[in-house]
Design a protein around this ligand. Structure first.
Ligand code: ZN
Length: 189
């Protein structure tokens, strides 16, 4: 299953290998941009069948994806699970539930992200949903990049990737003389 997910990511150029300059200023040898996979509904659908399999023992009433990254995958997973899909979004940097979306007292909510790295936006979403009376059962994602770190919530990823990042002045790829590219730049295919 994990191999198939990696294949789907590669096929859609959502997982690139090389030498990348990240927005944090760090360098890495792999880069993930799940939106590229999610532009293909049939690939998104297939990824969701794997996530659904992991969730088979969980009771879920509704899924919620933090904007932007969580919206499309939450919608597709909602379809797979046969439950509604809503999203939270930032207003003045604060995570909120808007647009008339509601959580009922005791509803079991699954948070859905494209990638979980630090879990920061998921944790903010969890707080919002719990304040409204929801019960957060976990976080589903296409990619888990936590590196096995316990973020205090159960994770249901389609695949776990351990992507190494390096400080720019201590990067083995720089030392090898490989040109560094910024994801999204024209040099990237
Ligand atoms: Zn480098």
């Amino acid at each position: 299953m994990e191999n198939r997910v990696i294949e789907l990511l590669r096929e859609s150029n959502a997982l690139l290998e090389g030498h990348f300059l990240l927005s944090s200023g760090k360098h890495s040898d792999r880069y993930v941009q799940c939106a590229r996979l999610l532009q293909y509904p049939e690939k998104a659908e297939e990824v969701c069948t794997f996530i659904k399999e992991k969730l088979k023992d969980e009771e879920i009433d509704i899924v919620c994806g933090p904007a932007m990254g969580g919206i499309v995958i939450a919608y597709e997973l909602g379809r797979a699970l046969g439950v509604p899909a809503i999203f939270t979004e930032r207003v003045d940097n604060e995570m909120t539930l808007r647009r008339g979306f509601e959580i009922k007292e005791g509803q079991k909510v699954l948070i859905v992200e494209d990638v979980v790295t630090t879990g920061k936006s998921s944790m903010e979403t969890k707080k919002v949903l719990e304040e409204l009376g929801g019960e957060v059962v976990g976080i589903a994602s296409i990619v888990d990049r936590t590196g096995g770190k316990d973020i205090g919530v159960k994770l249901y990823p389609a695949v776990s990737l351990d992507i190494k990042t390096y400080d720019a002045d201590d990067c083995p790829l720089c030392k090898e003389g490989i040109e560094v590219v910024k994801p999204g730049s024209r040099k990237m295919k």
